[in-house]
Design a binder for this molecule. Sequence first.
Ligand code: GLU
Length: 284
Amino acid sequence: MVTSCIMIATRFAPSPTGYLHLGHAYSALFAEGAARAEGGRFLLRIEDIDRARCRPEYEAAITEDLTWLGLAWDGQIRRQSDHMDDYRAALDRLGGLGVTYPCFCSRRDIAAAQSAPHEPGAIYPGTCRTLSLAERAGRIAAGQAYAVRLDIATALTITGPLSWHDRRAGTVTAQPELEGDPVIARRDAPTSYHLSVTVDDHLQGVTLVTRGEDLFAATHIHTLLQGLLGFTPPAYHHHPLLTNASGARLSKRDGAVAIRALREQGRTPDEVPAMVGWIIAVTP
Ligand code: GLU
């Protein structure tokens, strides 16, 4: 009898748009702890497709801060900006399936088309989904900038119903339609957050995605993309987010909790787990 044993691999995937704070420390410790608890691999990825917001000094600070925290990642760091060809190939495959369309809308157009644009979580109303092929071609030929969106309804007719396994939430039925048609390629890149993360987790062999529960909704879309692209879906564990004394989620703008600020204040890495209320909430 042949038994197969897949080694667990987790990852920490920060964006170099600011200094890491205690919320990131929690997330990184969580991912590393989940991997080590099962003798697996802990990977590091730099999510830097938003060139306007990412800075090299923040990227350097990420590795410095993680090292100070005592975290050691396995293998090479994957930097998204080095892998645009991988994303373009996936985008082309999705295009070949007929599940994408160019979207020429500006943020202002989208807000104007929404019935309640100021409601949080308002979704794209699908304006460009119904443009004729001639209209699309004409606008592209005229040099109008566009993003690429995923046509969720058509995509679901290809994949059928999908679900993912979440170590905290159990089996979750994917409902990507609740999010509206997401951007899978930005105006300035052949990819977006959703597409890069899905492709990277696949190419890096990530078997357990651990990340904050603020990204729970994104997993509906990532599950659909995995289904379309024929990727084996990883398991997920969306962990709770750290909040400050008034219950607000920690943010990069809150310099007081930056890892490097703690270091400058003379705190030691051993103190960090207690600061983040660390619990090994990892269930095999
Ligand atoms: N780059 C994302 C962030 O810094 C995390 C993406 C993910 O874990 O899927 O919030």
